[in-house]
Every structure is written in structure tokens, then in C-alpha cells.
Design a protein around this ligand. Structure first.
Ligand code: PHE
Ligand code: ZN
Length: 849
């Protein structure tokens, strides 16, 4: 059981650890319900300490025995840890504890997944393995011995010795306990090797369950590309003799960067053309890169405390975004990242869960692995790079690695490096880390006597606990076009630092057309009164790919808002502009597919809220459906030809070019199916030889209420493949009509293969319900009730996954009183559940607050 009264932890209360760890020796005697963990830890008093209390964290442990310097003792044990008196000099602490991995359904600490033992220690899971100062600023050198009959026994660092039923590992790099990992199982590997640029040989392995060995090749290539890229771009080499990746079916997150032993959700590493979509391939490449990049940004330089989480995550996300941009094209990557940021991070920032990129308090740190910390954290780094320039950024990063290698660092350390490398004062810029909320930047334009004046004003709405907001440093990438569409002012960066500021450009022969916030240069909402004719002009002519796309996006949003409000027919400026882009062979297919995509229904809802209107999810759904039909009809003539042009022949390749063609082809297929009753989609389904084409066809059919035979055939074909069946579960809920989404989800929970303990399967169904906006918000309230019922059930097994999913309710305050009261009732019902986890309690409290 968790504590009765969970405590709030504050950044301002940080104190250094009382004792430091030099070395740790661990022995694991593995057994499903009675694993013994023996620890031998060399401690010494910390000269910088403010206290001499010896306190070790520990949860769900049975203490068998403890010793200090060989002498047995009986410590004072509580449900959260252990305390005892210790010498005022270096000493050895030893303990033996018993734990039960098989019954650990929270998937934190040591647990079992399909007969395999594995660990997840970030953020505070090591305390469920043994008694330890489980905080990232305590770094020790780990030696691990594993005793088990299972054939593959892995831990961090390099293998040192092994025998029948045991193996030993030693990690020479001091690390915090959250980077500890152990795996034991009946696994097969996909081996390879890599030579670093200084000539060091590294053995690479991807370990999987027998049967999955054919799904590792792509991940391995991604790993080698990541290793090369980090050498080339950041000058960072790998630092052990071996790098292991393990695929695990039951995992709460995407993957984990444990030193030398990355553990992956199998969905984030396993891929074959038949079973994984292009989107899956791209995600796998990005996550492999992300975890690998953590070796320097996270492991060699770690975080002083969990408030500094964005120090490693923001930077590592930024690095993986750069990597994907280099591998697959910067423009499409930037647009995709902006889509995610707007859909998820802006949503978080606009609701009751808003928090700064570096929060100043938390109850359960697991609740702060958020889009704000990760994605907005990455945006802050992008802004910094844009402000100081690429060369200064590289210089600052070199200084960061040189100065802080081996440290548990802070955001202050990070910013100081930039100040020292560039001489720039970052006092105001630092507010991006402490101020929550999405700034609104209002645009006012004037033109007189050959002078164009751009006036920008910024305002950040208040967020929970932060009423007062100050102006931020906002880099606004900006360019000007003339009315022929020629660029007359190439991109330059304007620095908006005040509440309101004007910038003038003179000697212009006619009124220019401004392209503002190019490349999405800051995570802000631009408020610009612009005609659709002007937007269509930018869609046709902007030289900045992001703003070209965004002009189309703003047109679409405007059209949707008018359709929601008064059933208006779509503006022809939009439809004509789309038709031109769709046909433009000079534009990459992936880009054209993005232009054809619409904002999400949730984006449209937020846009209405921004106009002080109450969104009706049903009306928004109707407008989106109607618009898709209008687009299909408008493109009717060229559709079949364009679709045929996107055919990719030959062997499947997950590379960007082929994937881009498929993504445009499938966007066109979705449109065609609204006109031909699914004829083309059914044909594509039958002929598909890869999952991208097969799933897209099924998606198109289900979306128009067809495809039941294909759905059954799909299940028959793939019932043995968990990852593919996750798609089968999710797609049905995602494609269900609003009044059928909850009943579809409910029916699927009764399917024999619905396994609530498996986070991927649970998320397939309930994540899809959350994303099906009109379905989740069906006026009957069945979506809310079903979600609440299952979150209550899951909380008893897996608090972390439950707490993340409760965010489905984070927009409740924007709706009508009827929906509001139904959602509030659902949240209160969750809150009133006896023994609700600390994780979920904190989330519902914030949501209701
Ligand atoms: N640190 C992991 C990452 O971003 C995410 C993670 C957090 C995984 C907590 C598991 C638990 O790469
Ligand atoms: Zn990470």
C-alpha cells in the first residue's frame, strides 16, 4: 500500500545527499515470487551534506537481514524506507531482501513479462529492488551478479564472467540507480558490431523472444546510424564494449536508456514490412536514436533531481528530432513535430494539467513524463539554438560535455554553459523553463510610404498556480514576399522580448506579404487577422515549407469553424489551393500528404474555445466529415491518376521516399473511398504486401462503415502477432462512429485477447477512445463511464498507465454544463475509489482542481 497522505515535493527544498555511494555489488537469486537481492554498498559521508541522517529508500521489500561493516543490525523499517545509525566515516552497508517479480503488475522495479525478468527503475523504481538512496545525484559504480537457470542474463556495463546458472557484469561508469537494469530470459539475439571513430569495437545485440528474430534488422540499422550521427554531429562516442537492446512486451512507456542495456517496449523496436507500418518504422528509428543519445545526454551527464528532468529529456528529444530531420527530411519532420506539439502539448498547457517545463512541485514524478517536459523542453532548445546561431550552439554543447561529464546537473548549469560560450545574458530566456502556458502572439501590420511595420504583442493566459505571466524571449523567424510571390526579405530572426514591440522594414515598392513564425520558430499561438486569399497566397508561394503548410492548415481551420458555426460551404480559396498542391510534382509527396491532412477535431474544439465559444464535439465531427467529402469531390478528377502515381513497386522499403509516396497515396485513398464506396480500398487491401498498405486500406473501409469481412480476415491472419493485433483493437475504436465508439470499445474489452495488464493492449482500446473525440464525448456519457470503469480497474494493477490515461478528461472544463457534470462525476467516482494509487490521486486532484 502507498502512504495514506502523499507528500508534495518542492524544487526549492532540494538538499544534497547525506551519504555518497562509491560502489555497489548486487546479487540476484531469481525466482518468480521469491527473488533474493543481496546488496553490498560502500558509502561515505558527503562533505557537502546538511544532515547526517542515514536514510535509504525501499518499497514493497521484505528485509531478511542487514549489516554495517559486517555487524548485523536491526534498522528502523517503514513502508517507504529504512533508517539506522552509521559511522561518521566510510562504511559498508549490506542487506538481503526478498521481492516478488511475478506479482509486480505495476511494471516498475523487477517484474516479469512472458516468463522473462526485466527491470524498470526510472524514476523511482530501484527502491522496489533493494534499499538504496534512490535519487539521481547519488552515483555509484555497479557490479551485478545474476543467478538463474535462464539462458540469457544481462545487466549494465561489460560482461566480466559467467558460468552455469550465473553471470556477472561490471559497469565502470558511475551512475544513478534509475539507470540500473537487469534482464533474464529465454532470448535470442540479432548481433552486429560497430567500430567507433577512435577505433573502439563495440558488440551490438538486439535481444528478443524466439520468433521475433526476423523483426530486428531495421532497429539494428537505426542503432548504427544513431551511433555514427552522434559522432558526426555532436562528437560523442560510445563508451562500453557492448550495447544491448532488449524487447519487452509489457512496458509502461516507449523505451528506457539504462546504461549499456536499453529496454524497449517491443512496439518501439520490432518491425518487419508485413507487420509494421511506415509510421512504426519511423517511430522505431527515432526511439532507438533517442535512447542511444541518452548515453551522453542523460547518462554521462544526468540530472541532479527529478525537477531537472527536461535537462535530459528536452535535449535528447531535440537531438532525436535533428537526427530524424537529417535521415528523412527537415521540413516534413518539423511539420510533424509541430502537429504533435499543437495537438498534445498545447492541449496540456490550456487545461488543468498545465505545468512548467521544469515543474516546481510534484507528488508523483511519474506524472511529469509529459509532452510539456519532453516536447516543449525540446522546443526551448530549438529556440536557444536559433537565438545564438549554429556555431555558438555547437560551442556551447562542447563546453557542456567538457564541463559536466560525470555530473548530476541542473538547468542553471545548462544555461550557464550557453552564457559562458556566447556572452549572452539568458536571465529572461530562462523563464521558458519556469513559466507554464502557451504564449499568444498577436500580429498587427501597417504599410505606409514604403515602410512596413510589424507590431507583435505577447500574452500568456494564466495556468493553475500561476496567474501572473511575464514576457518571454520569443524568436520569430520572419520573411517578406512581394505580390508576385518572390521573396524580398529572406528569413531573419526577430527577437520579441517585450509585451509589445514593433519592427520596421522600409524602401518597399508595394505592400509586402509577411511570412511570420517560419519553421515554427517558437511554441506559441500566432493570432493574425488574415484573409483566406492571403493565406492561399502563402500556401501557393511561401518559400518556407513550414509556413507554406501552415497557411493551408489555417485555411482548413477557418473553413471548419465556419462549417461548425453555420454549415457554410468550404471556401474555394482553400479547395483550389489544395488541388494545386496535391498536383504539384515539385513538392515531396510526404509534404503534400501533410497539406491534405486536417487539424484534429480536438484542435478545432480548442480553436472554438479560443474564440470564447463552447465546442460541440458532434457538430465538429459532422463538419470534419463534410469537409473531407467536399475535398474528395473537389479533387474527384485527378484522384485516380494521382493515386496511381503514388504506387511504389518492388520490394518494400521503409525509407522516407517510398514512405512519403505511400502516405500521399493513402491520403488520396481515404478521399476516394468517400466517392467509390470503398472499391479502391478493398482492392488495395487484397493486393497489399505490407502493413502500411493493408492497414490504410482497412482504415479507409472502416471509416465509411464498410470492411467487416476484411476486419475478420485481418484477425485471422494476425491473431498470433500481439503488435499487429494492437492495431486491430485500436483501429475499430478509432474508426467507430460517435454513437458506437464506446460500445465498440466495451465489446473489445470482452474479447478473449483483451489483456488489461498489457499496457499496449489497454492503450490500443482506451487510447483510441480518448482520441475519438466525438465518440468519447458522446452526449450520452457512455464514453466517460466506460473510461472511468476501466481506469478504476487498472489502477489496482498499474497506477502509472492509469494515471497517464486519466488525461483523457483534461479538457472537461471547455464543454457544455451537461458534459461537464458527467465528466466531473466520472472523475469524482475515480477519486472516491478506495486505495487509489498516489499516481492517479494526484492526477484526478489536479484535473478537478
Ligand atoms: N527515460 C525514458 C525516455 O525518455 C522514458 C521512461 C521514463 C521510460 C520512465 C520508463 C519510465 O527515453
Ligand atoms: Zn528520454
Amino acid at each position: 500500500m502507498k502512504d495514506a497522505s502523499p507528500q508534495t515535493i518542492y524544487l526549492k527544498d532540494y538538499t544534497p545527499p547525506a551519504y555518497l555511494v562509491d560502489s555497489v555489488h548486487l546479487t540476484f537469486r531469481l525466482a518468480p515470487t521469491a527473488t533474493r537481492v543481496l546488496s553490498r554498498i560502500a558509502f561515505r559521508p558527503n562533505p557537502d551534506a546538511t544532515s547526517s541522517d542515514f536514510l535509504l529508500h525501499g518499497e514493497d521489500l521484505t528485509l531478511i537481514s542487514a549489516k554495517i561493516d559486517g555487524a548485523p543490525l536491526t534498522p528502523d523499517v517503514t513502508p517507504t524506507g529504512l533508517r539506522c545509525t552509521v559511522p561518521n566515516a566510510p562504511f559498508i552497508f549490506e542487506a538481503e531482501v526478498e521481492i516478488s517479480p511475478e506479482t509486480n503488475t505495476a511494471l516498475e522495479g523487477l517484474y516479469m513479462s512472458n516468463g522473462m525478468y526485466c527491470t524498470q527503475c526510472e524514476a523511482e523504481g530501484f527502491r522496489k529492488i533493494t534499499y538504496y538512496p534512490d535519487r539521481p545525484d547519488v552515483m555509484g559504480v555497479f557490479t551485478t551478479r545474476i543467478e538463474s537457470d535462464l539462458p540469457v542474463l544481462l545487466s549494465n556495463g561489460n560482461p566480466t564472467d559467467q558460468g552455469d546458472g550465473w553471470a556477472e557484469w561490471h559497469d565502470p561508469w558511475p551512475k544513478p540507480a534509475y539507470l540500473f537494469a537487469l534482464v533474464a530470459g529465454d532470448l535470442v539475439n540479432h548481433p552486429d558490431r560497430f567500430t567507433t571513430r577512435s577505433g573502439k569495437h563495440v558488440a551490438l545485440n538486439i535481444w528478443v523472444r524466439p520468433g521475433d528474430e526476423g523483426k530486428c534488422a531495421f532497429g539494428m540499422e537505426a542503432l548504427k546510424k544513431s551511433m555514427t550521427w552522434d559522432e558526426d554531429v555532436y562528437g560523442r562516442e560510445y563508451d562500453l564494449d557492448i550495447f544491448n537492446i532488449v524487447a519487452v512486451d509489457d512496458f509502461n512507456m516507449g523505451a528506457m536508456e539504462n546504461k549499456g542495456l536499453n529496454i524497449f517496449n517491443s512496439s518501439a523496436v520490432l518491425a518487419s514490412p508485413e507487420t509494421a507500418t511506415d509510421a512504426n518504422f519511423e517511430r522505431i528509428e527515432a526511439i532507438i536514436a533517442h535512447e542511444y543519445f541518452h548515453n551522453w545526454t542523460g547518462n554521462r551527464i544526468t540530472c541532479r533531481d527529478w525537477f531537472q528532468l527536461c535537462l535530459k529529456e528536452g535535449l535528447t528529444v531535440f537531438r532525436d528530432q535533428q537526427f530524424t530531420g537529417d535521415m528523412r527530411g527537415d521540413a516534413v519532420k518539423r511539420i510533424s513535430d509541430a502537429v504533435v506539439l499543437r495537438a498534445h502539448q498545447f492541449r496540456e498547457d490550456n487545461g488543468p494539467l498545465a505545468h512548467p517545463v521544469r515543474p516546481d512541485s510534484f507528488v508523483e514524478i511519474n506524472n511529469f513524463y509529459t509532452v510539456t517536459v519532453y516536447e516543449k523542453g525540446a522546443e526551448i532548445i530549438g529556440m536557444l539554438k536559433r537565438l545564438v546561431g549554429d556555431d555558438a550552439y555547437a560551442k556551447a554543447l562542447d563546453l557542456y560535455f567538457a564541463r559536466h561529464d560525470g555530473d548530476a546537473a541542473t538547468i542553471e548549469d545548462w544555461l550557464k554553459v550557453f552564457e559562458d560560450a556566447t556572452g549572452r545574458d539568458l536571465t529572461q530566456f530562462a523563464k521558458w523553463y519556469s513559466q507554464a502556458g502557451t504564449p499568444r502572439v498577436k500580429v498587427h501590420e501597417d504599410f505606409a510610404d514604403g515602410t512596413y511595420t510589424l507590431t507583435l504583442s505577447q500574452h500568456t493566459p494564466s495556468t493553475p498556480g500561476q496567474d501572473h505571466k511575464e514576457p518571454l524571449v520569443i524568436p520569430v523567424a520572419f520573411g517578406l514576399l512581394n505580390d508576385n510571390g518572390d521573396e524580398i526579405l529572406p528569413t531573419q530572426v526577430l527577437e520579441l522580448t517585450k509585451a509589445e514591440q514593433s519592427f520596421t522594414f522600409d524602401n518597399l515598392s508595394s505592400r509586402p506579404i509577411a511570412s511570420i513564425l517560419r519553421d515554427f520558430s517558437a511554441p506559441v499561438i500566432l493570432q493574425r487577422a488574415q484573409t483566406n486569399v492571403e493565406r492561399a497566397f502563402l500556401l501557393a508561394h511561401d518559400t518556407d515549407p513550414f509556413n507554406k503548410w501552415d497557411a493551408g492548415r489555417m485555411l482548413a481551420q477557418d473553413v471548419l469553424l465556419r462549417m461548425v458555426r453555420d454549415d457554410a460551404t468550404p471556401d474555394s480559396a482553400y479547395l483550389d489551393g489544395l488541388a494545386v498542391v496535391a498536383r504539384d510534382d515539385n513538392l515531396a509527396p510526404a509534404f503534400r500528404a501533410l497539406v491534405l491532412s486536417l487539424p484534429t477535431e480536438d484542435d478545432t474544439a480548442q480553436a472554438l474555445v479560443d474564440c470564447d465559444e463552447i465546442p460541440d464535439p458532434a457538430a465538429i465531427y459532422t463538419a470534419h466529415e463534410a469537409l473531407k467529402l467536399h475535398i474528395a469531390q473537389h479533387l474527384q478528377d485527378p484522384l485516380p491518376r494521382l493515386y496511381a502515381e503514388m504506387t511504389v513497386s518492388g520490394l518494400y522499403s521503409p525509407e522516407a521516399e517510398a514512405a512519403g509516396k505511400r502516405s500521399l497515396g493513402n491520403a488520396l485513398l481515404m478521399l476516394m473511398s468517400r466517392l467509390d464506396g470503398g472499391k479502391q480500398a478493398a482492392q488495395q487491401y487484397t493486393g497489399a504486401d505490407n502493413m502500411t498498405q493493408q492497414l490504410a486500406a482497412l482504415n479507409a473501409l472502416l471509416k465509411i462503415g464498410k470492411g467487416q469481412a476484411e476486419l475478420q480476415a485481418f484477425a485471422d491472419q494476425w491473431q498470433h502477432d500481439r503488435l499487429v493485433m494492437d492495431k486491430w483493437f485500436g483501429l475499430q475504436v478509432a474508426c467507430a462512429a460517435p454513437d458506437a465508439a464506446a460500445t465498440t470499445a466495451e465489446k473489445l474489452t470482452r474479447h478473449p485477447d483483451f489483456e488489461m495488464k498489457n499496457p499496449n493492449r489497454f492503450r490500443a482500446v482506451f487510447g483510441a477512445l480518448k482520441s475519438n473525440a466525438a465518440g468519447f464525448h458522446d452526449p450520452s456519457g457512455v464514453g466517460y463511464d466506460l473510461m472511468a470503469d476501466w481506469l478504476i480497474k487498472l489502477d489496482a494493477l498499474n497506477p502509472q498507465t492509469t494515471a497517464r490515461m486519466v488525461s483523457a478528461f483534461d479538457t472537461w472544463k471547455r464543454y457544455d454544463t451537461d458534459r461537464q457534470s458527467k465528466m466531473r462525476a466520472a472523475l469524482q467516482r475515480i477519486a472516491a475509489t478506495p486505495n487509489l494509487s498516489r499516481d492517479t490521486t494526484e492526477m484526478v486532484t489536479r484535473l478537478l482542481g
